[in-house]
Design a protein around this ligand. Structure first.
Ligand code: ATP
Ligand code: MG
Length: 176
C-alpha cells in the first residue's frame, strides 16, 4: 500500500484553512483539495507492506510520546513544482515541536528499517494542485490563527483520477 504519516488539523483550524482556500478561487485555477484531506505530511513512506506498517506505527507512537506541543502557525503561501502549474500550499513556521516530531519520527523509521522520502521537512498544507495563477495575484488574505495540533496519523493513500483517497490506519494523540 502507499502510505504517509501526517499531523491532523484541529477542526477550527481546518475551518479557517478552508475559508482561506475559498477566497483563492477568485485568482487561482486548479484542482482545489477537499478540506477533509488537509494535513501536514511528516514523512512520505510510499509503497510499504503490513510489517512495515506495524513498524511505522511503532515509530509514530514513540515520536508522539516524546513530542513537545506541536504548533501549527501559518507563514505564507508557497509554490512547489512547476512555476505556472505546480502545487499551491499554505506554508507553516518551523515550530520546534513540529520539526522535532518530524525528526523523531524519521529517526524512528530509520531505526526500524522503514524507508521514506528523505527530502528536507518543509511543513505545509496542500491547497491547490496544478495551480495556475498570474505572478503577483495572491491577495493579502487573513491567515488562519496558529493552533496546537492534537494528533498524528498513519494514512493509506489510494490514487484515483479524481485525486488521492486517504484512509486513516492508526492515530496517536499529541501532547497539548
Ligand atoms: P495526488 O498525488 O493524486 O495529487 P496526493 O499527493 O495528495 O495526491 P499522495 O501522492 O499519496 O497523495 O501523497 C500523500 C502526501 O504525501 C501528500 O501530502 C503529498 O504531498 C506527500 N508526498 C507525496 N509524495 C511525496 C514525496 N516523494 N516526498 C514527500 N512528500 C510526498
Ligand atoms: Mg502526490
Amino acid at each position: 500500500m502507499r502510505a504517509f504519516v501526517a499531523v491532523d488539523l484541529p477542526a477550527e483550524f481546518e475551518d479557517e484553512v478552508a475559508a482561506l482556500a475559498r477566497r483563492l478561487h477568485a485568482c487561482v485555477e486548479g484542482r482545489f483539495l477537499k478540506r477533509q484531506t488537509y494535513h501536514v505530511t511528516l514523512a512520505f513512506l510510499g509503497e510499504i507492506n503490513e510489517a512495515d506498517a506495524r513498524r511505522a506505527i511503532d515509530a509514530l507512537e514513540r515520536a508522539c510520546a516524546l513530542s513537545a506541543p506541536v504548533l501549527l502557525e501559518p507563514k505564507g503561501f508557497e509554490r512547489f513544482g512547476h512555476r505556472r502549474e505546480g502545487l499551491l500550499a499554505l506554508a507553516l513556521e518551523a515550530d520546534p515541536g513540529l520539526v522535532g516530531l518530524a525528526e523523531n519520527l524519521r529517526s524512528g523509521l530509520r531505526a526500524q528499517g522503514v524507508a521514506y522520502d528523505e527530502k528536507r521537512f518543509s511543513p505545509h498544507i496542500s491547497l491547490v494542485r496544478r495551480a495556475r495563477l498570474e505572478a503577483p495575484c495572491l491577495p493579502d488574505l487573513p491567515f488562519p490563527h496558529a493552533c496546537v495540533a492534537a494528533s498524528a496519523t498513519l494514512y493509506k493513500s489510494t490514487l484515483t483520477p479524481e485525486g488521492a483517497l486517504y484512509k486513516p490506519l492508526y492515530t496517536v494523540d499529541l501532547p497539548v
